[in-house]
Ligand binder design. Structure first.
Ligand SMILES: [Zn+2]
Length: 390
């Protein structure tokens, strides 16, 4: 896109974004961030409602005083438990997290401040708008928290739709990917306990080896995707930790593994759950062991409502952002839970820049976003709001 034609983000917004990046806070602990957000909104004359302690989520309500539709805009505020690398893909970063072991490596600092920049622009044009805009700042997205922001929104009467943006290191800055249907994956976490019977390593026949059983569960689980899920569907089952045993010559009594499933279709998510349960029970029986999967943190895919998708494309074209092709993101988002309240939409705005070394994957320590994405996010959101409330 031609950045010369795009209104840059305000100096205050750029400064706050850097400040949040230098002072990142973990999921559910965004106290400083939430205080800065609340102060910013209040300064704009926007009414702020905060979640009861220990919740950190908050919402701001911009009521134009004229009857009309209600649109919610959502940003998340939390950082990741990662040590930031001083370099991006090409060079040293200009500034770094000062909070050791915590870093904004998913770009939520851009979401928070992009929405504050948007709030400033909308407050300035309030007299030309009708209806209500509700700014939703969600705490604890990375840990599956954040239901308190949805409770606040529901208390305020809900909304007709909710709009959100996630920055994306896969795409160049100045571009946006707007997908039909599912744009992020659903996810469910599994924990598998395997019980066997301890024995000496020299006499495995006197025990029941839970490690061998777990290994076979892991391998058989891989064939669920390759043999039992339609190859046109994207889905994964990924065990990411396995623990058992304490020494080299003793088979332990038990072990466990944990991982997650990812899927873009709710029914496939249910099928993966049932097929893994079946695999765990069947393989354990074949090994003479006992095993059981327990499940938690079900998150559904974010599904873009068709009418909002269309409006977002028109908005992107109107402000000169490059609409490019892209793919659904295999990551999962608590944002999907807003669909219990109203239709949802999420855009992916590119934040990569090969020249400056921005483009390392999100959740990696070299991640850095091109700061101009702040202006892209604000322009797209403001244009969407104008069109939605018109
Ligand atoms: Zn994220």
């Amino acid at each position: 896109m031609d950045f010369a034609k795009l209104a840059p983000a305000s100096a205050e917004a750029l400064e706050l974004r850097r400040d949040l990046h230098i002072h990142p806070e973990l999921s559910g602990k965004e106290e400083r961030t939430a205080n800065l957000v609340a102060a910013w909104l209040e300064k704009l004359g926007i009414k702020v409602m905060r979640a009861p302690a220990p919740g950190r989520s908050l919402i701001g309500v911009l009521d134009t005083g004229r009857a009309g539709k209600r649109l919610a805009l959502r940003a998340d505020m939390d950082a990741l438990p990662l040590r930031e690398n001083a370099c991006n893909l090409k060079r040293e970063k200009g500034f770094l997290s000062a909070n050791e072991g915590v870093a904004h490596m998913c770009g939520h600092d851009f979401h928070t401040v992009g929405l504050l920049e948007t709030a400033g622009r909308l407050a300035a044009m309030k007299d030309s708008l009708s209806g209500t805009v509700i700014f939703c700042f969600e705490s604890g997205e990375e840990m599956g928290l954040g239901d308190d922001v949805r409770a606040l929104l529901a208390e305020q009467g809900g909304a007709d739709a909710v709009f959100s943006i996630h920055v994306q290191a896969d795409y160049p800055v100045g571009s946006v990917v707007i997908l039909d249907g599912s744009c992020t994956a659903g996810c469910e976490t599994f924990h598998i306990d395997v019980k066997g019977k301890s024995s000496h390593g020299a006499t495995p026949h006197l025990g029941l080896d839970p490690l061998n059983c777990a290994a076979q569960i892991l391998v058989t689980a891989n064939s669920i995707i390759s043999r039992r899920v339609n190859s046109r569907e994207a889905a994964v089952i990924t065990p990411c930790q396995i623990h058992g045993g304490s020494t080299w010559n003793r088979i332990p009594d038990d072990c466990f593994m944990e991982g997650s499933t990812r899927f873009f279709d709710k029914q496939i998510g249910r099928d993966l759950h049932a097929m893994l349960d079946q695999t765990v029970a069947g393989v354990a029986a074949a090994c003479g062991c006992e095993a059981k999967a327990s499940w938690r943190n079900l998150t559904l895919p974010v599904v873009n409502a068709p009418e909002l998708t269309q409006l977002a494309r028109e908005s992107a074209r109107a402000v000169g952002i490059d609409l490019i092709a892209g793919q659904p993101w295999m990551a999962s988002e608590t944002y999907a839970r807003f669909s219990e309240i109203c239709p949802t939409f999420m855009a992916f705005t590119g934040c990569a820049n090969a020249e400056t070394g921005c483009g390392a994957p999100q959740h990696s320590d070299r991640f850095e976003a091109d700061e101009r994405v702040l202006a892209v996010n604000a322009a797209l959101t403001v244009e969407f709001v104008k069109r939605f409330l018109a």
